[in-house]
Design a protein around this ligand. Structure first.
Ligand code: GLP
Length: 243
């Protein structure tokens, strides 16, 4: 079931997304599922503002990020570890040991994936934030990825690497070819999901997710089976929806 909210611009999308989140982030011992990419950055700004102005504390909050590139050191400016610290963790009072980001720079990524899934399973995620790739991927679960997947290693599609080249000075050769990612089944365990998408290049993926057939060709279409998904869109991302 999708609850769809359509707003005029990114600022309003971020505020509406925070509205959906706010009771959860303010509750005691919240477990948050966090995402990277440009889509949630405005929401993270809202969380930081709320922390500064209203004193919302994250000292007992636990978070789990969705994914990480394989082969980039944590300190790399484009690692998701760095992204999360710059865009959220450094500005709120979450404890470093409670803020989980998959480890992609290690000798045995398969083992790292198994350990991440085991840790994630100890918790119930109260709300999972998602963006969506222009090919319909969520986290780094690319088309073809099985619906019952748990945290695993994924080869990135050419389209995803092209989309993400903008973060690597436009040079696709700099974009890693592999990632460690929560699986589709891992994501589906979250109690509540909020997916944020803006811009015309997301319109087809949004249409396929909501109105298309449920198929691994559009990984996000698995969300049709979740009973609590809020989708926050701008008009461009919503432009191909029929109703
Ligand atoms: C990356 C991330 C996804 C994200 C997607 C869209 O591939 N792994 O989690 O949803 O990008 O990113 P953006 O929000 O920048 O369009």
């Amino acid at each position: 079931m999708f609850n769809i909210i359509i707003k005029d611009n990114y600022d309003e999308v971020s505020k509406a997304a925070f509205d959906v989140m706010k009771d959860i982030v303010r509750k005691d011992k919240a477990v948050l599922g966090l995402a990277t990419g440009s889509s949630p950055v405005g929401l993270y700004k809202e969380m930081i503002r709320d922390h500064q102005e209203n004193g919302t504390s994250y000292k007992d909050t636990v978070s789990f990020n969705l994914d990480e590139y394989i082969g980039l050191p944590k300190s790399h400016r484009e690692s998701y570890y760095t992204f999360m610290h710059e865009n959220l963790f450094n500005h709120i009072d979450i404890k470093e040991e409670n803020a989980h980001v998959p480890l992609g720079d290690c000798e045995d990524p398969e083992k790292s994936a198994k350990e991440y899934e085991d840790e994630l399973k100890k918790y119930e995620v109260d709300i999972q934030i998602l963006g969506i790739g222009s090919d319909g991927h969520i986290a780094f679960n690319e088309p073809g990825c099985p619906f019952d997947s748990e945290t695993h290693i994924m080869e990135l599609t050419e389209q995803t690497r092209e989309d993400n080249a903008r973060f690597f000075d436009g040079n696709i050769d700099e974009v890693p070819k592999l990632a460690i990612t929560q699986g589709l089944a891992s994501i589906m365990r979250a109690k509540k999901i909020i997916l944020i998408a803006t811009g015309a290049n997301k319109a087809q993926a949004i249409k396929d997710m909501i109105e298309g057939e449920k198929t691994v060709d559009c990984p996000a279409s698995i969300l049709q089976d979740h009973n609590d998904v809020t989708v926050v869109l701008d008009k461009d991302a919503a432009s191909k929806l029929s109703k």
